[in-house]
Design a protein around this ligand. Structure first.
Ligand code: NAD
Length: 267
């Protein structure tokens, strides 16, 4: 049976992508769409807003009613929406896939409370490929990290304003955690001039910014006579939306609890 999903933050970049992915997935349908009251998205047909063709679901501003009308909820909006959304999910017993980042303690506490009543998926990156890469990097670090030079290479489009990427830093934290190192002490960001020989305890980061590259990450473990490179390449941002929709389908089958993407892909 098709799962009815409510999208919170429907007018945003991720919200519109989610609606597009949901429209094209026969396993799910858009049950409701919500954005901030008074916002430009409210009142518009959600499918048209997403550029996916009219779907007959208008964007509303009442998250509690939308959540009650759905089988599962995906929220990529702003932290100020989180407590209300989590409370409505708890009242209605609905699974929540939460993509919103930058939560404060109060919002995170609301998410933890909800997890006592319903399944909650919370991840900073909904790409299943990046989730798998992180698990493989952890495994590689455990097996050969202590005897390898570890370098993390990432490439993104010309408009990205921060470096290294959050995902590159998380990969570095994964390696540092396994090897018992403090990333703040071990990280070396780019090299220039007379650097001296490489210190094995360091974790190097290299950044490329060019064109329209969506996102590429490689973690390289180099020893004497061989090296292992683990690479993920994203070719479209829809990967995050597709991962979140898959997460909603998976969460709907789980008992109450707080889950992350590694639980879903079983690594
Ligand atoms: P955006 O600014 O384009 O969209 C946010 C939308 O939420 C807007 O339409 C806004 O009007 C709406 N909104 C604000 N307050 C609301 C409320 N109280 N109720 C309902 N809707 C409300 O942002 P975006 O790029 O789509 O990102 C949204 C969130 O998702 C951010 O926190 C971002 O960091 C996060 N994000 C997570 C991932 C991931 O994989 N986990 C990927 C991309 C973005």
């Amino acid at each position: 049976m098709s799962l009815g999903i409510a999208v919170i933050g429907a007018g945003g970049r991720m919200g519109r992508m989610l609606i597009d992915v949901i429209q094209r997935d026969p396993g799910v349908h858009l049950a409701a769409a919500v954005d901030r009251g008074g916002g430009a998205a409210v009142g518009r047909d959600a499918g048209e807003l997403a550029g996916a063709g009219a779907c007959g679901v208008p964007v509303g501003d009442d998250s509690a009613a939308a959540i009650a009308a759905a089988d599962a909820v995906i929220d990529f909006s702003l932290p100020e929406a989180t407590a209300k959304v989590a409370g409505a999910c708890a009242d209605a017993g609905r699974p929540l896939v939460l993509g919103t980042t930058g939560l404060g303690d109060a919002e995170q506490e609301a998410v933890r409370r909800l997890a006592g009543h319903a399944p909650v998926m919370q991840a900073a990156n909904y790409s299943t490929g990046v989730t798998l890469l992180t698990a493989l990097v952890e495994q590689a670090a455990r097996a050969i990290g202590a005897h390898s030079d570890v370098e993390i290479l990432e490439a993104h489009h010309r408009n990205k304003v921060d470096a290294p990427s959050g995902t590159a830093l998380r990969l570095g934290e994964t390696v540092a955690g396994v090897l018992g190192r403090d990333l703040a002490q071990s990280a070396v960001y780019g090299r220039e001039g007379h650097t001296g020989a490489r210190d094995r305890e360091t974790i190097g980061f290299e950044t490329v910014r060019a064109g329209d590259i969506v996102g590429e990450h490689t973690v390289l473990f180099a020893g004497d006579g061989e090296r292992v490179e683990l690479t993920h390449k994203a070719s479209s941002r829809t990967t995050f939306a597709a991962g979140a929709v898959r997460a909603a389908q998976w969460a709907a089958e789980q008992p109450p609890g707080l889950y992350d993407m590694r639980d879903m892909i079983g690594v």
